[in-house]
Design a protein. Structure first.
Length: 315
């Protein structure tokens, strides 16, 4: 990748079967008060009218380019966008989501004053349109190392690619894995390894809309297995550090959900955890059982209980 002006922000929007929400998404980006945008719509072989809609948007706005490609999945579409990105900074938007007005102006103004920030994460309105809607608010803070950000900011629980602005050169040797569920969690850790300074901000807002057909809502054994594998690739490096037990309990929940739907023997290492790391009564009960019985026994009990109470696989 060639070096580019850091004031130009490339926005990569993968598009696949999102005709109902595509115009809302692109309008929220193209209508931002920050005008120095390089907007790339990646048509991932969508079989509906999305390709034509993308072309119409490109005809209306000279900042918008369209890449038409054979279907390869979300990660492949993002990678194709990176291949043709021109901005010194890059961000992603899913085509069923949208950006709050003024977001990019606020974020790029912050980055203009702090060009040393390699990754800037901003807040999210999560699960918009569902009873689970909630706000992920982030502090105005710098995180000088991966451990403080991953554990102290609980980045492992919001490892999304789309609520962050990245220095584009971070992707010189990093790409999204092809056709891999929860690909964000495979991509963010190597980017953090390359980053010198990460920051979070209270400025801006990304609207993450609930999709009942999406991977979060429909994750089965294969998807949960991929999610667990992604965490197992990095969890060992944080063992013994402040905040590790909270991270372990987060991964434990994935392991138990996988066990509940018959996802094989546990792959997470069994360990005792401090009850002070538990966020609620349910997590405390899981920790008590883990400390008393060990992970394999807890998984067997969880699997048996899930046959009577199927909602356990989603808790």
């Amino acid at each position: 990748m060639n070096s580019s002006d850091d004031s130009l922000l490339t926005v990569i929007i993968p598009v696949y079967k999102t005709s109902a929400t595509l115009d809302r998404c692109v309008e929220s980006v193209a209508g931002q008060s920050y005008r120095q945008l390089d907007i790339i719509l990646v048509d991932d072989g969508s079989p509906d009218d999305c390709p034509a809609k993308c072309d119409r948007w490109a005809a209306r706005d000279s900042r918008i380019r369209v890449v038409h490609k054979a279907n390869g999945g979300l990660g492949d579409a993002r990678n194709r966008g990176l291949d043709v990105a021109r901005g010194g900074r890059v961000t992603f938007v899913d085509s069923d989501d949208y950006i709050a007005p003024g977001t990019y102006a606020a974020l790029m103004d912050l980055l203009a004053g702090r060009p040393d920030y390699d990754i800037l994460e901003y807040g999210v309105a999560r699960f918009c349109g569902s009873p689970r809607e909630e706000r992920l608010a982030l502090p105005d803070r710098e995180w000088p190392d991966t451990a403080s950000y991953w554990l102290g900011c609980r980045a492992y629980a919001h490892s999304y690619m789309w609520n962050k602005i990245f220095r584009r050169s971070l992707f010189d040797t990093v790409r999204h894995p092809p056709r891999t569920p929860f690909e964000d969690l495979y991509t963010l850790p190597p980017l953090l390894d390359r980053a010198r300074l990460v920051a979070t901000t209270s400025r801006g807002l990304y609207h993450y809309c609930w999709n009942p057909a999406g991977i979060t809502a429909t994750a089965g054994a294969a998807a949960l297995g991929a999610l667990l594998k992604a965490h197992l690739r990095v969890i060992g490096r944080y063992r013994g550090l402040p905040g590790f037990d909270s991270y372990y309990l987060h991964v434990l929940n994935i392991q138990l959900s996988l066990c509940a739907i018959g996802g094989g023997t546990p792959r997470l290492e069994s360990r005792r955890v401090s009850l002070s790391a538990c966020a609620d009564a349910v997590q405390t009960a899981k920790a008590l059982a883990l400390n008393a019985l060990g992970l394999e026994a807890v998984c067997r009990l969880y699997r048996a209980a899930a046959r009577l109470m199927p909602w356990l696989s989603r808790s």
